[in-house]
Design a protein around this ligand. Structure first.
Ligand code: SAM
Length: 353
């Protein structure tokens, strides 16, 4: 196959994938997958149950079966029965489950909706604020990361750092500062796992902070988890046992300032624990799949969002380990380290000293 044939094939595959992603989002947003779980339905049955138009229901069901997301049985289009297997349902519907990726379409939609503003930013050198990306990006990011917070944060990552884990378990009123907390799933997961701690989340995005407060209340931890709208570079805390920053340092306009403020907030013996993108050590082209995803999101979201804060650093999504360690040293940490925690998407760091 020639290179031009390969390129054309690749673009066609991407177009099929992109179009199918939006049909998945349609099924998720309209509650169609939920209506199909654990049962078999005809198009008219699904239309009635989900409250949608019958002709659209039939087209969507046939498309989903053609794409391989649903199974279909029967030759009569009106009587054909469609079903969702439990394996597929776990990926599409179980928001806290380890297999969940059901909001991939929402994520893609979020960058698509911001496309005109991003194009303009490319022309002018301006930015597109995180808030202007709207709910699809906010919820897409939150849903993508939530299973890791629910299952791995206090189930694997922190128990692998016994000093931190023990400190959070054994110190009554131990304090955690969660910078760039988004809608607060990490703050809530920490509070649920460590009953003696208090957590303060900080985020620059008003809608995220409002949702974080609701999420903490729904999880029953609002008495120990609070959220502040503000810049992570200026937290006014002291005596903090652990500062966490998950997939947010690369988005911050003043990363050295944020790390310096985190350092100033730490109690004696406290640590900063960071999860940020797992990218290669140096620029590599062509890159692996995850780095390709991160570069694409950097172009379409992270770089414009950071430039809306300030253009001074504006690193973008691709935060290499050497850059982060340099920032940590510039912020005054004498013992920044890369941690040996296995994860496809993130690399982990502990900053001390
Ligand atoms: C990719 S999201 C990650 C959110 C959350 N930590 C998670 O893992 O789901 C990055 C977050 O950083 C926040 N952010 C960006 N710059 C910030 C700053 N200077 N101070 C505080 N938060 C900031 C954004 O508003 C956004 O919620």
């Amino acid at each position: 196959m020639t290179t031009s044939e390969q390129t054309a094939e690749r673009l066609l595959g991407a177009l099929i994938g992109a179009a199918e992603l939006f049909t998945v989002e349609l099924g998720r947003e309209l509650g169609l997958y939920r209506a199909l779980r654990g049962t078999r339905r005809t198009a008219s049955d699904l239309a009635k149950t989900a409250g949608i138009d019958a002709r659209y229901a039939r087209e969507w069901l046939e498309q989903q079966a053609a794409a391989g997301f649903l199974t279909a049985a029967g030759d009569d289009p009106d009587g054909r029965l469609f079903a969702l297997t439990e394996e597929v349902a776990a990926v599409l519907l179980d928001e806290t489950g380890p297999a969940f990726l059901g909001t991939a379409g929402q994520f893609a939609l979020g960058v698509g909706l911001a496309y005109p503003a991003v194009t303009e930013a490319f022309r002018t050198g301006s930015g597109v604020s995180y808030a202007d990306y709207g709910r699809h990006i906010r919820h897409g990011i939150a849903a993508f990361n939530r299973p890791m917070f629910t299952h791995q944060l206090a189930g694997e990552w922190l128990p692998g750092l016994p000093e931190i884990d023990q400190r959070l378990r054994a110190t009554p009123g131990a304090r955690v500062l969660d910078l760039g907390c988004g809608v607060g799933h990490s703050s809530v997961a920490l509070a649920l796992a460590y009953p003696a701690i208090t957590v303060r989340g900080v985020d620059l995005d008003e809608a995220s902070v409002a949702e974080a407060r609701r999420n903490a209340a729904e999880a029953g931890v609002a008495d120990r988890v609070s959220f502040t709208l503000g810049d992570a570079a200026t937290p006014a805390d002291a005596g903090v046992d652990l500062v966490t920053i998950f997939e947010a340092l690369h988005d911050m306009a003043d990363p050295v300032g944020v790390l310096a403020a985190a350092r100033a907030a730490l109690a004696e013996g406290g640590s900063v624990f960071i999860g940020d993108e797992r990218v290669s050590d140096t620029f590599t082209a062509p890159a692996g799949e995850i780095e390709r995803l991160q570069y694409a999101f950097s172009v379409l979201h992270c770089l414009p969002a950071t430039r809306a804060e300030s253009s001074d650093v504006a690193n973008g999504t691709v935060l290499r380990a050497s850059t982060l360690l340099d920032w940590a040293r510039a912020a005054g940490f004498t013992r920044p380290e890369v941690l040996d925690i296995t994860n496809d998407f993130w690399r982990f760091y502990r900053l001390r000293g």
